[in-house]
Design a protein. Structure first.
Length: 58
């Protein structure tokens, strides 16, 4: 579960950095789209796990 939390935090941090870079015009919209796609995948996976009661909570 800790690994999962770290992964989500890492992706959220990467998205934050990507948004900042986008504001600086150094990042393409494609990169931001890919980061958001990763977040959606994790969200969908987590929802699926909750539906099957397999997620571990601490």
């Amino acid at each position: 579960m800790q690994f999962y939390k770290n992964s989500v935090n890492s992706i959220l941090e990467n998205r934050k950095l990507a948004v900042n870079k986008l504001k600086n015009k150094r990042l393409t919209y494609r990169s931001l789209f890919l980061i958001n796609t990763c977040l959606k995948y994790i969200s969908d996976y987590n929802e699926e796990a909750l539906n099957h009661k397999t997620i571990v909570t601490t």
